[in-house]
Ligand binder design. Sequence first.
Ligand SMILES: [Zn+2]
Length: 425
Amino acid sequence: MTTAIKNGIVYQNGRLIKADVLLEAGKIKAIGTNLTGEQTIDATGKLVSPGLVDVHVHYRDPGQTYKEDIRTGSEAAAHGGFTTVGAMPNVTPVPNTPALMKKMVQENQAKGIVHIFQYGPITNGETTDIIPDYAALKKAGAFALSNDGHGVQTAQTMYLAMQKAKKNDLIIATHAQDDSLFNHGIVNEGSKAQELNLPPVTELAETTQIARDLLLAQKTGVHYHICHVSTKTSVELVRMAKARGINVTCEVAPHHLLLTDEDIPKDNGYYKMNPPLRSKEDQAALLVGLLDDTIDLIATDHAPHAKNEKEGGMKEAAFGITGSETAFSNLYTKFVKEEKVFTLEQLLSWLTDQPAKVFNLQKAGVLEPGRPADIAVFDLDHETELKEKDYKSKGVNTPFTGSKVYGATVMTMVDGQVVYRREEE
Ligand SMILES: [Zn+2]
């Protein structure tokens, strides 16, 4: 059975071209003009992109499946146009052992409707100084290592972890946070924290640990990836490190590009995430960092929670917001369509080929004959409203509900199978 996706605007090799995409047996067979298949999908005027790649999601499964599970998390990914994701290991139990890792990978495969790559922890349980057997975790299916949610508190532990990760050719993806400086903060240090009378988060909690880790990465040669950089100084440190030849990459989350602490309207838990929303100056530096390749890619940090965990004030609320279902349309609308800060090609690169390249996901992020037919089709022309009822995630914890956006997902395919299709209004 062959399927032709006709007359779309196709993102390929960094360019947008008007073309047809022909699929056969779950793979891309050809990209060109006047292609016909036994089945036709009309994509006239629509964007046809490689399925988006998100290297930072939280699926809460096992352990907290009332917040999300592998099925709903991957449905949310598909709804947002993502076909490949990296799942963080802060589930219960944390997959510290090869047996647990193997089980995680099997569950991801059995329940997920997109490709799910599984992180292993940097240290057992994410909060200890015990380094698990990386070779065994890798053999069991771990694609990279992260303690996301927690920083590695002691330099010696991070140093040893990096040495071992290097030896096993595994990426260390870190949530940079020094807990002594973080000091139970909630809102970015500045006038908003004062106005709301909430404990401030100093940027030093992030930046000092990045500075430390960059020196350790230089010494060990490990591929050090920084999750959700959020401050101007973080970007400057990475820029400097890259100039020195240190093997560092980093990601930025959509919300840190889209919002600042000034946008927090009141004491509202939907604006609580970690790292927190930063200053206007930080936001501007993140955009510059993307544009000059200091920041390598965009990743959502999709962090679903139950309603009652987010609806109190910021003091009580859990950290984190969902992102899978709003990332592309929000970023496209604000930065490509309205403000023209970057081009559609740039945005797509940060959401497709760049994350695939950085994490060495050889089958993801690129449309090319022979590759899996992982494809997302977006409608760039019609405005839609982000509505709670449309979310596939169990989590509705996003401040973007109610936003009017362009770039809704029309259809998502994984290995040639439709995993999301927009219902007619
Ligand atoms: Zn994190």
